[in-house]
Design a protein around this ligand. Structure first.
Ligand code: NAD
Length: 437
């Protein structure tokens, strides 16, 4: 019998977009290539190398989400990936984005492993994601989606197993719904199942702004190392969301002039420095940066090529590639986003003498304060904002200098040095635990 599709047939094709090549992702390719390159430079044991190339556990779920129009039920795909279970519970954010697939989530989970190990946190890496465009969804739709996704992955998560947090497209409210759904299943409140919660539900002071704050602590160390005076410096920040907006504000507090920012709608350029209070007021009223008048409107590609001392990509992956790397004009590339720089671009930036604060170091402030939140929850004790920021500063500065020393001693770039710092700790733990059975 012929299996060809009869195009004249009235039979409707499914509306669901079928995920064809889940592992086939540019981001996983990038994460694995970075890992393999670091593994080769450090002479990593081949058995350990092969164990770390793919995640230990992955879960793909598909589930129904009832939309506000009552007759409409969408089938949605979600993921949770645990890369390494050797170090303690796993930890990593949940991303809502229309392009999420297994490969992307696996890449993000792998970076989480190196990041936690570099910071000396007692976690392995994990990540989650749901393939939806949250900007097209109402609040009730997002709540139903979040609760059902939480139910679907609830066998994998838990305070001693795997602790989610916010990432792109999710926020403290999303974490509150996850915490509530998980707690309802168990019959009592379990705040420590997620971090990045609202403070009133056991969230930590300083968590919301921790990634941006941490990035700026590290920019300060980098500037000191390079002899750049921050109160005379200029910065461009791509992505004005959780990470980018806070980073821009903290840089501004240090006297840095913010000459460019962007979001998904457009980029803004003002060579005299943007007034961030006015930008925030505009954003509050209009939802996106587009139309803001005290700046020239440019696109995101033009934004990345602006003249500046500090360029902070804080939006999404694969922004600096071999195509635009020759035109990047900053002195410090401070990666707030995960995976913003391609492998080819990395080499070109190093050759051009641009100092790169790699993502596993640059945006580690978020998971560090998430760790503080988990510790406070398990001890049922709350720290002040000053305590949180002091501890964050110590941990980040320590990791920065360990990375810088390794980079200078071994003649390798900062990304490779940061990865080797993380990988060697995981490798040591794996060897000590041995092979079961
Ligand atoms: P977010 O959703 O709060 O903000 C993302 C920003 O990027 C928004 O301003 C959005 O408009 C903009 N954006 C989206 N698509 C864009 C495009 N194509 N071009 C330009 N701008 C675009 O997300 P976030 O939490 O700030 O995360 C941003 C990045 O930082 C991600 O790579 C994420 O993995 C990473 N990160 C976040 C955290 C955290 O604590 N939130 C921690 C570590 C790393």
């Amino acid at each position: 019998m012929s299996e060809e599709i009869d195009e004249s047939s009235d039979e409707k094709l499914p509306a669901v977009e079928l995920p064809k090549a889940e592992w086939d992702s540019a981001m996983l390719n990038l994460a694995q290539s970075q890992f393999l390159s670091a593994a080769q430079k450090m002479g990593l044991d081949e058995n350990i190398r092969d164990r770390l190339l793919f995640p230990q556990r992955t879960m793909i779920v598909s589930f129904p989400c009832r939309m506000d129009e009552y007759s409409e039920v969408e089938t949605v795909f979600g993921y949770r990936v645990q890369h390494v279970l050797t170090m303690g519970p796993t930890k990593g954010g949940i991303r809502y984005h229309e392009d999420v697939n297994l490969g992307e989530v696996a890449a993000l989970a792998m970076w989480m492993t190196w990041k936690c190990a570099l910071m000396h946190l007692p976690f392995g890496g994990a990540k989650g994601g749901v393939r939806v465009d949250p900007r097209q969804m109402s609040r009730p739709e997002l709540q139903r989606l979040t609760r059902r996704y939480t139910m679907e992955i609830s066998s994998m998560i838990g305070p001693d197993k795997d602790i989610p947090a916010p990432d792109m497209g999710t926020n403290a409210q999303t974490m509150a719904w996850i915490m509530d759904t998980y707690s309802q299943q168990h019959g009592y409140a379990i705040p420590e199942v997620v971090t990045g919660k609202p403070v009133v539900l056991g969230g930590s002071h300083g968590r919301e702004e921790a990634t941006g704050r941490g990035l700026v602590y590290l920019i300060r160390e980098s500037a000191e190392h390079l002899g750049i005076e921050l109160n005379k410096a200029t910065a461009v920040v791509q992505g004005y969301g959780n990470v980018g907006r806070h980073a821009a504000h903290f840089l501004h507090e240090l006297g840095v002039s913010i000459v460019g920012i962007s979001d998904v709608s457009c980029g803004l350029h003002n060579s005299n420095g943007l007034n961030l209070q006015n930008v925030d007021a505009w954003l509050e009223q209009n939802g996106t940066l587009q139309g803001y008048i005290e700046a020239d409107e440019i696109n995101n590609q033009e934004l990345l090529e602006l003249e500046c001392d500090i360029l902070a990509p804080c939006a999404l992956q694969n922004q600096i590639t071999e195509t635009n790397a020759p035109y990047i004009k900053c002195k410090i590339l401070a990666e707030g986003a995960n995976g913003p720089t391609s492998l080819e671009a990395d080499g070109m930036l190093t050759e051009r003498g641009i100092f790169v604060l790699p993502d596993v170091l640059g945006n580690a402030g978020g998971v560090t304060v998430s760790y503080f939140e988990w510790v406070q929850n398990t001890q049922e004790f709350s720290w002040t904002l000053e305590e949180v920021n002091d501890r964050l500063h110590k941990i980040l500065v320590n990791a920065f200098h360990r990375t810088l020393v390794r980079s200078q001693r071994d003649g390798i770039d900062m990304r490779t040095a940061a990865l080797i710092e993380g990988i060697s700790r995981v490798a040591e733990a794996k060897l000590l635990r041995g092979v079961f059975p």
